[in-house]
Design a protein. Structure first.
Length: 182
């Protein structure tokens, strides 16, 4: 960004990193990290108002950090309307809709992201999101499958372990669920 302050993608990536730091619990000062992340995403959108990556990240952040689901859905829907071929925007749409209490729409978004980029290194996140959405719908067997798919792609994803343990517990498979939490 020092070399080219009008390079919006750099601002999008930097802003997203600040927000993920907070979301994952790694930030020493979450309030300032959120502010900086939002500033950078807004900067990216100021450079290019059609930046679907920045718009989808800002929508996700709006849902996660502010619980403003109407605005968040508008942003992620706008992002996929700008570019319906971006797997990451569909993934962030899925997480946003999941957070907003709409698991069916979240699943559709995650499925679309997976179809669009079946070898993507972020598949683990998409499968984990689907698993959580399946739990919300009471579809626990499908949640187990999705969580296991996530763990095949990334064995360190805590979200996938939580999803798997919850789904197994709902199925009465307490011994398996307990083993995961050890």
């Amino acid at each position: 960004m020092e070399i080219d302050p009008r390079y919006g993608f750099a601002a999008t990536i930097a802003g997203s990193c600040h927000l993920v730091n907070v979301f994952e619990g790694w930030a020493a000062d979450p309030k300032s990290e959120i502010a900086e992340g939002l500033r950078l995403l807004r900067l990216a959108l100021g450079i290019d108002g059609n930046d679907y990556d920045a718009l989808s990240a800002l929508g996700w952040a709006t849902a996660v950090f502010f619980n403003d689901y109407d605005t968040a859905r508008e942003m992620v829907d706008g992002a996929v309307a700008l570019n319906p071929n971006t797997a990451m925007a569909w993934e962030l749409r899925g997480w946003t809709y999941q957070r907003a209490g709409q698991p069916e729409e979240a699943i559709r978004s995650f499925e679309r992201a997976i179809r669009q980029s079946p070898l993507d290194p972020w598949l683990f996140s998409r499968f984990a999101g689907m698993g959580i959405a399946y739990i919300g719908l009471g579809r626990f067997d499908e949640a187990v499958v999705a969580a296991k798919n996530a763990l095949q792609k990334n064995q360190t994803l805590g979200t996938a372990y939580h999803c798997l343990a919850a789904a197994l517990a709902h199925l009465g498979r307490d011994a398996e669920a307990k083993y995961l939490n050890m």
